[in-house]
Design a protein around this ligand. Sequence first.
Ligand SMILES: [Zn+2]
Length: 251
Amino acid sequence: MAAAASRASAFFDRLGVTAAEGNVPIELRYDPTVKDAAYKAKLGIVDGKPQLSDEHVDVGKDPFTGKPFSDAPDVLYHELSHHVVSHIVPGLGMSAGSKIVDESLADTFAAAIDGNWTMGEGLVGGSGLRSMQDPSSQLMLDGSNRVVVPTPSKVGDVTEATMQKGAYFNMGPLNHAAYLIGTSQGSDTMARIYLQAVRKHLGPESSMTDLVVGTIRGAGELYGSGSTQQASVRDAWKAVGMRAAAVDATH
Ligand SMILES: [Zn+2]
Protein backbone atom coordinates (compact mmCIF):
# COMPACT_ATOMS: atom_id res chain seq x y z
CA MET A 1 0.00 0.00 0.00
CA ALA A 2 2.97 2.30 0.66
CA ALA A 3 4.10 1.98 -2.96
CA ALA A 4 0.66 3.02 -4.21
CA ALA A 5 0.59 5.98 -1.83
CA SER A 6 3.99 7.23 -2.96
CA ARG A 7 3.10 6.80 -6.63
CA ALA A 8 -0.10 8.84 -6.15
CA SER A 9 1.77 11.48 -4.18
CA ALA A 10 4.48 11.77 -6.87
CA PHE A 11 1.76 12.21 -9.51
CA PHE A 12 0.02 14.99 -7.56
CA ASP A 13 3.42 16.60 -6.84
CA ARG A 14 4.08 16.75 -10.57
CA LEU A 15 0.73 18.51 -11.08
CA GLY A 16 1.60 21.02 -8.35
CA VAL A 17 -0.98 19.80 -5.84
CA THR A 18 0.05 21.20 -2.46
CA ALA A 19 -0.12 19.81 1.07
CA ALA A 20 -3.01 22.19 1.80
CA GLU A 21 -4.80 20.62 -1.17
CA GLY A 22 -4.56 17.19 0.45
CA ASN A 23 -1.31 15.97 -1.09
CA VAL A 24 -0.09 14.65 2.27
CA PRO A 25 0.13 11.13 3.66
CA ILE A 26 -3.11 9.62 4.96
CA GLU A 27 -3.51 6.41 6.96
CA LEU A 28 -4.45 3.39 4.83
CA ARG A 29 -6.25 1.07 7.24
CA TYR A 30 -6.69 -2.57 6.18
CA ASP A 31 -9.85 -4.07 7.68
CA PRO A 32 -10.96 -7.49 6.34
CA THR A 33 -14.46 -6.99 7.82
CA VAL A 34 -15.04 -4.05 5.43
CA LYS A 35 -16.51 -5.02 2.03
CA ASP A 36 -15.16 -2.10 0.00
CA ALA A 37 -12.53 0.62 0.02
CA ALA A 38 -13.44 4.14 1.07
CA TYR A 39 -11.96 7.52 1.93
CA LYS A 40 -13.42 8.53 5.29
CA ALA A 41 -13.43 11.96 6.93
CA LYS A 42 -15.51 14.12 9.19
CA LEU A 43 -16.41 17.52 7.76
CA GLY A 44 -16.92 20.33 10.26
CA ILE A 45 -16.78 24.11 10.34
CA VAL A 46 -13.94 25.75 12.28
CA ASP A 47 -13.75 29.57 12.39
CA GLY A 48 -16.29 29.69 9.57
CA LYS A 49 -14.22 27.45 7.31
CA PRO A 50 -14.77 23.81 6.35
CA GLN A 51 -12.36 21.54 8.18
CA LEU A 52 -11.73 17.82 7.61
CA SER A 53 -10.78 15.58 10.54
CA ASP A 54 -10.41 11.88 11.38
CA GLU A 55 -9.27 11.20 7.82
CA HIS A 56 -8.24 7.73 6.73
CA VAL A 57 -8.79 5.25 3.93
CA ASP A 58 -10.56 2.01 4.80
CA VAL A 59 -9.18 -0.83 2.69
CA GLY A 60 -11.46 -3.84 2.90
CA LYS A 61 -11.65 -7.31 1.42
CA ASP A 62 -13.67 -8.10 -1.70
CA PRO A 63 -16.39 -10.62 -0.70
CA PHE A 64 -16.29 -12.26 -4.16
CA THR A 65 -12.56 -12.80 -4.74
CA GLY A 66 -11.56 -12.79 -1.07
CA LYS A 67 -8.71 -10.46 -2.06
CA PRO A 68 -7.85 -7.22 -0.27
CA PHE A 69 -8.71 -4.15 -2.35
CA SER A 70 -5.04 -3.18 -2.10
CA ASP A 71 -4.42 -5.86 -4.76
CA ALA A 72 -5.82 -3.22 -7.11
CA PRO A 73 -3.56 -0.13 -6.78
CA ASP A 74 -6.01 1.90 -8.87
CA VAL A 75 -8.63 1.42 -6.14
CA LEU A 76 -6.17 3.03 -3.72
CA TYR A 77 -5.45 5.80 -6.27
CA HIS A 78 -9.22 6.38 -6.45
CA GLU A 79 -9.46 6.81 -2.67
CA LEU A 80 -6.31 8.98 -2.50
CA SER A 81 -7.81 11.16 -5.25
CA HIS A 82 -10.93 11.60 -3.09
CA HIS A 83 -8.57 12.83 -0.36
CA VAL A 84 -7.16 15.54 -2.64
CA VAL A 85 -10.49 16.58 -4.16
CA SER A 86 -12.08 16.76 -0.68
CA HIS A 87 -9.41 19.18 0.47
CA ILE A 88 -9.84 21.43 -2.55
CA VAL A 89 -13.65 21.29 -2.52
CA PRO A 90 -14.82 20.22 0.95
CA GLY A 91 -18.32 18.80 0.86
CA LEU A 92 -18.28 17.71 -2.80
CA GLY A 93 -20.03 14.34 -3.00
CA MET A 94 -22.42 14.84 -0.11
CA SER A 95 -25.43 15.39 -2.41
CA ALA A 96 -26.53 12.88 -5.06
CA GLY A 97 -25.83 15.31 -7.92
CA SER A 98 -22.35 16.14 -6.70
CA LYS A 99 -21.51 12.54 -5.74
CA ILE A 100 -21.52 11.46 -9.39
CA VAL A 101 -18.97 14.23 -10.09
CA ASP A 102 -16.89 13.32 -7.03
CA GLU A 103 -16.78 9.62 -7.94
CA SER A 104 -15.92 10.26 -11.57
CA LEU A 105 -13.14 12.67 -10.57
CA ALA A 106 -11.67 9.94 -8.35
CA ASP A 107 -11.67 7.49 -11.29
CA THR A 108 -10.30 10.15 -13.63
CA PHE A 109 -7.24 10.95 -11.50
CA ALA A 110 -6.80 7.26 -10.63
CA ALA A 111 -6.65 6.35 -14.33
CA ALA A 112 -4.02 9.03 -14.96
CA ILE A 113 -1.93 7.69 -12.07
CA ASP A 114 -2.42 4.04 -13.08
CA GLY A 115 -1.81 4.57 -16.78
CA ASN A 116 -4.83 2.65 -18.02
CA TRP A 117 -8.58 3.12 -18.32
CA THR A 118 -9.82 0.13 -16.32
CA MET A 119 -10.49 0.16 -12.58
CA GLY A 120 -9.89 -2.81 -10.32
CA GLU A 121 -8.21 -5.16 -12.81
CA GLY A 122 -5.77 -6.13 -10.05
CA LEU A 123 -8.72 -7.57 -8.17
CA VAL A 124 -10.74 -9.37 -10.85
CA GLY A 125 -8.48 -9.37 -13.92
CA GLY A 126 -9.67 -8.60 -17.44
CA SER A 127 -11.15 -5.14 -17.83
CA GLY A 128 -11.59 -4.83 -14.08
CA LEU A 129 -14.68 -3.70 -12.23
CA ARG A 130 -15.39 -0.96 -14.76
CA SER A 131 -13.86 0.57 -17.86
CA MET A 132 -13.73 4.24 -18.78
CA GLN A 133 -13.23 3.19 -22.40
CA ASP A 134 -16.43 1.13 -22.37
CA PRO A 135 -18.81 2.28 -19.62
CA SER A 136 -21.76 0.23 -20.94
CA SER A 137 -21.47 -2.32 -18.13
CA GLN A 138 -19.79 -2.86 -14.77
CA LEU A 139 -18.92 -5.82 -12.59
CA MET A 140 -20.95 -5.07 -9.47
CA LEU A 141 -21.39 -6.84 -6.16
CA ASP A 142 -24.65 -8.71 -5.71
CA GLY A 143 -24.38 -10.14 -2.23
CA SER A 144 -21.07 -12.03 -2.38
CA ASN A 145 -21.21 -12.46 -6.16
CA ARG A 146 -19.97 -10.14 -8.83
CA VAL A 147 -22.31 -9.78 -11.80
CA VAL A 148 -22.15 -7.86 -15.05
CA VAL A 149 -24.67 -4.99 -14.87
CA PRO A 150 -25.53 -2.79 -17.89
CA THR A 151 -24.88 0.87 -17.00
CA PRO A 152 -25.55 4.23 -18.72
CA SER A 153 -23.02 5.27 -21.39
CA LYS A 154 -24.56 8.60 -22.44
CA VAL A 155 -25.75 11.49 -20.31
CA GLY A 156 -29.26 11.03 -21.71
CA ASP A 157 -29.33 7.52 -20.21
CA VAL A 158 -28.84 8.97 -16.72
CA THR A 159 -32.35 9.47 -15.35
CA GLU A 160 -34.03 9.98 -11.99
CA ALA A 161 -34.59 6.22 -11.95
CA THR A 162 -30.96 5.29 -12.68
CA MET A 163 -29.77 7.89 -10.12
CA GLN A 164 -31.61 5.82 -7.49
CA LYS A 165 -28.93 3.18 -8.09
CA GLY A 166 -26.18 5.48 -6.92
CA ALA A 167 -23.26 7.45 -8.31
CA TYR A 168 -21.12 4.47 -9.32
CA PHE A 169 -23.89 3.11 -11.52
CA ASN A 170 -24.20 6.44 -13.37
CA MET A 171 -20.67 7.77 -13.70
CA GLY A 172 -19.93 6.09 -17.05
CA PRO A 173 -20.63 9.07 -19.32
CA LEU A 174 -18.43 11.33 -17.19
CA ASN A 175 -15.69 8.73 -17.07
CA HIS A 176 -15.86 8.21 -20.81
CA ALA A 177 -15.46 11.95 -21.47
CA ALA A 178 -12.24 11.88 -19.40
CA TYR A 179 -11.09 8.83 -21.37
CA LEU A 180 -11.70 10.63 -24.68
CA ILE A 181 -9.77 13.72 -23.53
CA GLY A 182 -6.97 11.55 -22.14
CA THR A 183 -6.55 9.43 -25.25
CA SER A 184 -6.60 12.55 -27.44
CA GLN A 185 -4.34 14.84 -25.34
CA GLY A 186 -2.51 12.46 -23.02
CA SER A 187 -3.59 11.60 -19.52
CA ASP A 188 -1.32 14.22 -17.93
CA THR A 189 -2.93 17.06 -19.86
CA MET A 190 -6.35 15.56 -19.13
CA ALA A 191 -5.58 15.45 -15.40
CA ARG A 192 -4.31 19.06 -15.43
CA ILE A 193 -7.56 20.22 -17.06
CA TYR A 194 -9.66 18.40 -14.45
CA LEU A 195 -7.49 19.74 -11.63
CA GLN A 196 -8.02 23.29 -12.92
CA ALA A 197 -11.77 22.65 -13.02
CA VAL A 198 -11.71 21.37 -9.42
CA ARG A 199 -9.61 24.29 -8.20
CA LYS A 200 -11.42 27.12 -9.97
CA HIS A 201 -14.87 26.04 -11.05
CA LEU A 202 -16.37 23.43 -8.73
CA GLY A 203 -18.13 23.87 -5.40
CA PRO A 204 -19.72 21.46 -2.93
CA GLU A 205 -23.00 21.33 -4.88
CA SER A 206 -21.48 20.99 -8.35
CA SER A 207 -23.33 18.79 -10.82
CA MET A 208 -22.43 17.10 -14.10
CA THR A 209 -23.16 20.37 -15.96
CA ASP A 210 -20.73 22.25 -13.71
CA LEU A 211 -18.05 19.69 -14.55
CA VAL A 212 -18.69 20.22 -18.27
CA VAL A 213 -18.44 24.00 -17.88
CA GLY A 214 -15.47 23.72 -15.51
CA THR A 215 -13.40 21.52 -17.80
CA ILE A 216 -14.09 23.70 -20.86
CA ARG A 217 -13.13 26.84 -18.91
CA GLY A 218 -10.21 25.10 -17.24
CA ALA A 219 -8.79 24.00 -20.60
CA GLY A 220 -9.19 27.55 -21.90
CA GLU A 221 -7.33 28.99 -18.91
CA LEU A 222 -4.45 26.52 -19.13
CA TYR A 223 -4.03 26.17 -22.88
CA GLY A 224 -5.92 29.10 -24.42
CA SER A 225 -9.42 29.74 -25.67
CA GLY A 226 -9.87 27.83 -28.92
CA SER A 227 -6.83 25.62 -28.23
CA THR A 228 -6.77 22.02 -29.45
CA GLN A 229 -6.92 20.95 -25.80
CA GLN A 230 -10.11 22.92 -25.24
CA ALA A 231 -11.57 21.63 -28.52
CA SER A 232 -10.88 18.09 -27.35
CA VAL A 233 -12.81 18.76 -24.13
CA ARG A 234 -15.78 20.09 -26.11
CA ASP A 235 -15.67 17.09 -28.47
CA ALA A 236 -15.58 14.67 -25.54
CA TRP A 237 -18.67 16.12 -23.88
CA LYS A 238 -20.56 16.13 -27.16
CA ALA A 239 -19.56 12.51 -27.75
CA VAL A 240 -21.10 11.43 -24.45
CA GLY A 241 -24.35 13.20 -25.29
CA MET A 242 -24.10 16.75 -23.93
CA ARG A 243 -26.06 19.12 -26.16
CA ALA A 244 -23.65 20.47 -28.79
CA ALA A 245 -25.14 23.99 -28.78
CA ALA A 246 -24.72 24.25 -25.01
CA VAL A 247 -21.15 22.93 -25.15
CA ASP A 248 -20.21 25.38 -27.91
CA ALA A 249 -21.86 28.30 -26.07
CA THR A 250 -19.66 27.72 -22.99
CA HIS A 251 -16.58 29.94 -22.78
ZN1 LIG B 1 -15.11 6.74 -4.64
